[in-house]
Design a protein around this ligand. Structure first.
Ligand code: PMP
Length: 357
């Protein structure tokens, strides 16, 4: 069954904002979009071409990312970070006041925010820290009913760092087939050393995957993320999206980041980051006042302290900001620590009273 049948019915034939360029036209003299005819690059202070709107979905970047992620370009939509794709999927599928979204907790906070904005109920299965945030797929599925449109699995999960992959995901997708979209958020998958769930796209029409250039590719400021899904879902998301989501500067930055030399640097930095993650996790575990450090497949670790508020204050006093999760259910005394450069990690460990390398 096509997942379009589960999208909001009034959107299935939704006519997008029309523009000549969305229709595929282009010409030497462009008098179609009320742009300025003067390229301010000629005044000497900007990149060339900023007087023109960008392509709605920049072809070259889309093709390159699709190749990197192993999907067809028609199965990939580029947006302002994966945040925008999350928002648009919720808007495309969930009828306000009727539909619901299923996820586990703790997980990335934007799912709940996005669902609330769309008026969709957000149902969560609480995972236990004591259990290492293990996921019982049957209990997650038990939360889903006829009005469930999205089931979201963040893997590696923010903030726990837990990886959920392989057969477990495929079983979830199969169990939800024809009913709900399984959205696998892989914002951190490059740090996990496992294959992307995008391989499932070929077998399961109800799978969608989120990728981003914000983390491993060091481009959070450019806001470039990708949704991978069946072309009909990509088409729907493209029709409800704002006309020109990606600023030209972001397209340039993303294209540069995908050049072979840049990709090689990225791979080397991922290896460094992963080694640092393991070093920091081991060092944290040996620090007085740290009770638990959970294994992480992301570029961060979650740690439980004896007194997280004191640790947070101590770090802040040393000029180091981490994320305090201690008020979230099940995460009492937990801080999420992003892995930085080696010198930053040394500073963190020193501030907590741990040994340096
Ligand atoms: N998914 C997860 C799990 C995240 O942690 C984040 C950023 N914190 C995002 C998506 C959004 O990333 P972006 O919009 O920068 O692609």
């Amino acid at each position: 069954m096509s997942m379009l049948e589960r999208a909001r019915p009034e959107l299935v034939a939704f006519a997008p904002y029309a523009s000549a360029r969305r229709a595929g036209f282009d010409a030497r003299v462009r008098l179609d979009a009320n742009e300025s005819p003067w390229d301010i690059a000629d005044d000497g202070f900007a990149d060339a071409g900023l007087n023109r709107y960008p392509q709605p979905q920049p072809d070259a970047l889309r093709a390159r990312l699709a190749a990197l992620y192993g999907v067809d370009p028609a199965a990939l939509w580029l947006g302002r970070g994966s945040d925008e794709a999350i928002d648009l999927l919720l808007r495309a599928f969930c009828r306000a006041g009727r539909d619901n979204v299923v996820a586990f907790a703790p997980t990335f906070g934007m799912y709940r925010v996005g669902a609330a904005l769309q008026g969709a109920a957000f149902r969560t299965l609480a995972l236990s820290a004591d259990d290492g945030f293990a996921l019982d797929a049957d209990r997650l599925l038990a939360l889903a009913d006829d009005d469930t449109k999205l089931v979201i699995v963040c893997s590696p999960n923010n903030p726990s760092g837990t990886l959920y992959h392989g057969d477990a995901l495929e079983r979830l997708a199969r169990a939800l087939d024809g009913r709900a979209l399984l959205l696998v958020d892989e914002a951190y998958v490059e740090f996990a050393g496992v294959a992307s769930a995008s391989a499932l796209l070929a077998r399961q029409p109800n799978v969608a995957v989120l990728r981003t250039l914000s983390k491993a590719h060091a481009l959070a400021g450019a806001r470039v993320g990708a949704l991978l899904a069946q072309p009909e879902i990509i088409d729907l998301v493209g029709r409800i999206a704002a006309p020109y989501p990606l600023p030209i500067g972001s397209v340039h930055a993303a294209s540069a980041a995908l050049e072979p030399a840049a990709l090689a640097r990225t791979h080397a930095r991922i290896a460094t980051l992963v080694a640092e993650r393991e070093r920091v996790a081991a060092a944290l575990a040996g620090i007085d006042g740290v009770r638990t450090v959970w294994p992480s497949a992301g570029n961060f670790v979650l740690a439980r302290f004896t007194d997280a508020r004191a640790a947070f204050a101590r770090l802040l006093g040393a000029g180091i900001l981490v994320r305090d999760f201690s008020t979230q259910p099940g995460l009492a005394n937990c801080l999420r620590i992003t892995i930085g450069r080696p010198d930053e990690n040394d500073a963190l460990l020193a501030a907590l009273g741990g040994a340096r390398r």
